[in-house]
Design a binder for this molecule. Structure first.
Ligand code: GLN
Length: 191
């Protein structure tokens, strides 16, 4: 199995390192050919507006959207969560998302005082994790078929819908690779 990490902008190198650390082949992808060559996709943290615009410029936006629709396993952290959400609040004018995840996400939701913070969260099926939040979104509303895996400050920060996993926080920035392992074992390898 080979996982592609979308390498248009953001912390894709850290995702590749985390996946490699758990023995999974991971490559940076940005062309249609590269995206078509992988069995799963990771959308990194970064800036969701920039990633969406670059995906349009590199002409892979519709391909990624379609792949997600067709059931390609996909994991998005932070900006990645925003990009996977069907609807967003506090986006910029005309901001596009790939969608697939039946949620409403709020960008930069944690506000000024706690703009960036670390905190312990309880991740269903994984256990307690120290999590890094950087100008993170939260999930404002979950639709049908969405399972909440973790919450912080009263809002969902990790959700799953079928083959789609999304977290507000950045497990790729810690030494604990449990969330990446969860994605690979429970989502990519699950029948
Ligand atoms: N605030 C960023 C956005 O809207 C996400 C931040 C992050 O990925 N750390 O895309």
């Amino acid at each position: 199995m080979r996982v592609g990490v979308l390498a248009l902008q953001g912390d894709f190198r850290e995702h590749i390192a985390a996946l490699s650390a758990i023995g999974v082949e991971a490559i940076a992808v940005k062309t249609a050919e590269e995206i078509n060559s992988v069995d799963a996709l990771v959308l990194p943290g970064g800036e969701s507006t920039t990633i969406a615009k670059l995906a349009r410029i590199f002409e892979v936006f519709d391909l990624i959207k379609q792949k997600i629709k067709d059931g390609l396993p996909v994991y998005g952290s932070c900006a990645g969560l925003i990009l996977l959400s069907n609807k967003i609040l506090d986006g910029i004018e005309g901001q596009e998302t790939f969608g697939g995840l039946n949620v409403i996400a709020r960008r930069n939701a944690f506000g000024r005082q706690v703009d960036s913070f670390e905190g312990e969260i309880d991740f269903k099926g994984v256990g307690k994790l120290n999590s890094v939040f950087i100008r993170a979104p939260w999930v404002e509303e979950v639709g049908t078929e969405v399972e909440v895996l973790a919450s912080s400050h009263g809002h969902p920060v990790a959700v799953r819908q079928g083959k789609i996993l999304a977290t507000s926080f950045h497990p790729e920035l810690t030494d604990n690779h449990a969330v990446h392992r969860y994605f690979v074992e429970e989502i990519c390898k699950a029948r």
